[in-house]
Structure formats: C-alpha cells, structure tokens
Design a protein around this ligand. Structure first.
Ligand code: PMP
Length: 330
C-alpha cells in the first residue's frame, strides 16, 4: 500500500516550475519553487518540522507541552499541523490587524489564538511581544520556537530547500532569489547553494521598499510576511550578494499576473520575489538558471490583492485595465 504516515512526511520536495509568460524578452531560464504544495500551504511547514523535532531532542519541548509563538499566519499553520500530529497544544499571539480568516484557519487546526492591539508600543504590557512572553512564563511546559532567532529556521532550509534545488537543477542553478522576512529561507538555502557550488551561485534577497534589509527604517508597507524593522539573528548577513527593493504596487501587480498568466495563485511576497528575479534575469544570458522561491498561496489574500476595490483604494491599479504592463513592473 502506498501512503504517508501523516501529513508531516509530505513537507518539502515541492516542484520547480518554469515561468513562461511574465518572462517575455528574458533569455535566462526562470524557475519558481512553488511552496504552496506543502501540506500547510507554505514554506513555513519546513521550519515547523525542524524547530519542533530539535526541541523534542533537546528536551525543551516535553510530551504534551504547549507551543507559544507570536505569529499570525504561515508559521502558525505549520506549527499547528506538526503539533497536533505529535500531541502538543498551540497558543498563537496575533496583532489585531490580522484578518479574521487567518485567525480562523489557525483555530480550525486546533490552535488557541490570542489577539493583541496593534496600536501600542512594543514595551506596552498588552503588546504582541509582551503577551507572548507572559504566556510562556505562565503556561506549564511551554516552549517558544522564536522563528526570528531559532537556528533551526535557517537550518531547515540548509537541509531541505537547498539540497532540493541543487538536485532539481542538476547543479545548474546560477542565481537564487527569495524574499526576506525572518531571513531563514535566504540564509539557509543560500548558504547551502554557496557551499554546493563553491560560491558560484549568486544569492539575491527581495525586500519591500522601506524595510531594513534594503536600507530602510521599517516604514510601513503592505506586502505581508517579508521585510522587518529590526535585524533578526536568523538572517545571515554574509549570504546575500545583493538585495532588490520592490514597491507594494509592483509586488501586487506581479502577483495578479502570476495568477492570470502562469496559473500560479500565490501571495504578495511571491509577486515581490518574482519582480526581483526578473530584474536580475533581465541582465543574464541563455545559460543562466534563476530560481525564485514562492512562499505561499494566494488564497489568503482574496479580499486584498485579488480585489479590484482594495487595489484601487491603495492606488495599485492602473487606469481602466486593472492590469500592470511589463514596463510598469520592471
Ligand atoms: N513570504 C511569506 C508569505 C512569509 O510568510 C514569509 C515568512 N515570514 C516569507 C515570505 C519570508 O521567509 P523568511 O521568514 O524565511 O525570510
């Protein structure tokens, strides 16, 4: 009989798909690593498995224990799936700007969700950070993975995403492009690809305009899951050869094009990463192989990026068409 022991063993081994239409005029091969094929629908399933298994081995996470993490989205889903299969409880802390749909997804997987006000300082007792610290102190057998500082976040990519890309491209990958949030994806995958290629593979981060990775101060942007206002320790500053800053408008217009032209219904950070990848690929030749990682699916963004009203209200639609031209995006 052919079956998997549980959803946990379906994490990773996601497909690479060539982009055929948004790449018009580009000579290099541009391949997308489509992470929504993970069971929880995002790249974050990878870090959930490794962070939990490492904490079991080190004894930090005890049988029947509780996982407490400030997360509103993809990391929470990954942790919730792995936790329920292994008999742990989850409490997630979210800011109140998070949509009810996202909170309900976490609850559907059996997690408890505590919602905190966004409009308070980080040191306020009700802040997202302080509430999660208090829950860790007050909950018996609690463990906080802390994806921003947990070395198993980048390590999960060093041991899965990186080797998968090297094998899938038969070592022909020349450039790797990924959005930067905690920095785990780019640091772990990038480091593996540098090691495997003796430094030949170029690693490029994609960042929302205004975030620290591209020299900003953390000015607000609307693309979710990427960009920061501080430097997480999960981010290895030595790995990226360059960082490309992308505007919200370009990110979201490309996200819509990926659905319409490539059959890829993906999230806004995917559009952002593809814009960066195309800017890199434009300057390359036919022997180059650019891989861009697409972290999640577009299903969680239907009332934002895929709503004309929402796009128009932020000035992200071009007059009349609701479409972006290639010239606008590149
Ligand atoms: N895109 C989305 C939608 C995400 O949830 C994340 C994770 N925060 C990222 C991109 C960036 O990944 P990383 O945290 O590994 O840098």
């Amino acid at each position: 009989m052919q079956f998997h022991d549980s959803m946990i063993s379906l994490v990773g081994n996601t497909p690479l798909v060539r982009l055929n239409n948004v790449t018009e005029g580009i000579q290099a091969t541009v391949l997308a690593k489509v992470e929504y094929f993970n069971p929880g629908g995002s790249v974050k399933d990878r870090i959930a498995v490794r962070m939990i298994e490492a904490a079991e081995q080190s004894g930090e996470l005890k049988p029947g224990g509780t996982i407490v993490e400030p997360t509103s989205g993809n990391t929470g889903v990954g942790l919730a799936i792995v936790a329920q299969q292994k008999g742990y409880h989850c409490i997630f802390v979210c800011p109140d700007k998070v949509s009810l749909d996202k909170i309900n997804v976490l609850r559907a997987y059996g997690a408890e969700v505590v919602v905190c006000p966004t409009a308070v300082d980080p040191d306020h007792p009700e802040s997202y950070y302080n509430v999660s610290d208090r829950l860790v102190r007050e909950t018996p057998n609690a463990w906080k993975p802390d994806q921003y500082s947990n070395p198993n976040n980048p390590l999960s990519h060093y041991h899965s995403t990186g080797p998968e890309l090297w094998e899938q491209t038969e070592g022909r990958i020349t450039h790797f492009v990924a959005g930067v949030g905690t920095g785990g994806t780019i640091s772990g995958t990038g480091r593996y690809l540098k090691d495997a290629s003796d430094g030949r593979v170029q690693v490029i981060g994609a960042d929302p305009e205004g975030s620290v990775y591209s020299g900003g101060s953390g000015r607000p942007y609307l693309v979710e899951g990427v960009g920061e206002d501080f430097w997480p320790t999960a981010y290895d500053r030595e790995v990226a050869d360059g960082i490309v800053a992308v505007s919200d408008k370009d990110s979201f217009q490309m996200t819509r094009r990926l659905a319409k032209e490539e059959g890829l219904l993906v999230g806004g950070s995917c559009g952002m990463a593809v814009v960066a990848a195309l800017r890199v690929a434009e300057k390359l030749g036919p022997d180059d192989v650019v891989v861009v990682l697409l972290p999640d699916s577009g299903r969680g963004y239907m009332s934002k990026i895929f709503s004309d009203e929402w796009m128009a209200s932020h000035g992200f639609l071009d007059e009349g068409t609701g479409q972006a031209s290639v010239a606008d995006v590149l």
